[in-house]
Design a protein. Structure first.
Length: 259
């Protein structure tokens, strides 16, 4: 298992597949690289896909120290440095999209194109999920089914019994799960977004209540010259259930960006 070493010494497990221009795929909160298992091959005709396990997940180290989305962005750069990659396309979803915002804002010379999926700017400008959703996720009796329903449509769940790779790393320590939650909750890139001058595509499911769909136009309006794709009927895991729409759209966008 190859590992990169972050500036603070934390080891970050990373995985590479395919050939072509580098594409870093950044998973959501409390998830490891398996988040991307269902779709990463969609990009192997044009890209070399790079995933990694966030600190606190998978085969990466799990220090009991504060985490943050800017810190996760530094981890992305540590992985690129370990692989000897100077510049890459970045595709982040959910909390991974929050991390991707900081990669683009803080390290613009390392990013050719940016895709932000089912994410938000964070802070007071973001549209938060409803109190009913927070309650259902906080109750152990309802949290499992509630999360599935927020990720996928009933039709998908009926025909795809799992296992699902988007519901969290089951081996993640409880303290690391709490630190991921806090890092995502404290994200606020609002002031940095207008400075992103990298070609950007914002993608969101129209029926996403986990990270409300209203956050997508906020991002698209805040990032200069960005594009917006709303996928009708899709929930939070649009990239998997609606891959027949999302993956071709992302590939087309990346192909349109000049080196």
């Amino acid at each position: 298992m190859p590992y990169a070493k972050a500036a603070d010494g934390v080891r970050l497990a990373h995985q590479t597949r395919g050939e072509g221009f580098p594409l870093v795929l950044i998973a959501g909160q409390s998830n490891n690289h398996h988040w991307w298992d269902g779709i990463r091959a969609d990009f192997h005709g044009t890209h070399r896909t790079i995933t990694f396990d966030h600190r606190g997940t998978g085969d990466s180290d799990k220090p009991d120290i504060p985490y943050s989305t800017p810190g996760f962005a530094d981890d992305v750069i540590a992985v690129l440095d370990d692989l000897g990659i100077g510049r890459a396309d970045i595709y982040g979803t959910s909390m991974g999209g929050r991390v991707a915002q900081w990669v683009a804002a803080r390290y613009p010379e390392r990013v050719r194109a940016l895709v932000l999926g089912c994410t938000s700017p964070g802070g007071r400008h973001a549209v938060d999920r409803g109190a009913d959703i927070r309650r259902s996720l906080a109750d152990p009796a309802t949290a499992g089914q509630a999360l599935k329903d927020l990720m996928y449509t009933p039709a998908w769940l009926e025909t795809h019994p799992g296992p699902y790779q988007t519901l969290g790393d089951p081996a993640m320590p409880a303290y690391a799960r709490r630190r991921h939650l806090l890092a995502s909750h404290r994200h606020d890139a609002w002031d940095a977004l207008p400075g992103i001058a990298i070609p950007t595509l914002v993608v969101h499911g129209s029926d996403d209540r986990f990270n409300p769909a209203a956050n997508a136009p906020l991002l698209a309006e805040r990032i200069p010259d960005s594009r917006l794709l709303m996928i009708p009927g899709a929930r939070h895991a649009y990239f998997e259930e609606f891959r027949h729409i999302a993956s071709p759209a992302v590939r087309e966008f990346l192909a349109s960006v000049d080196d």
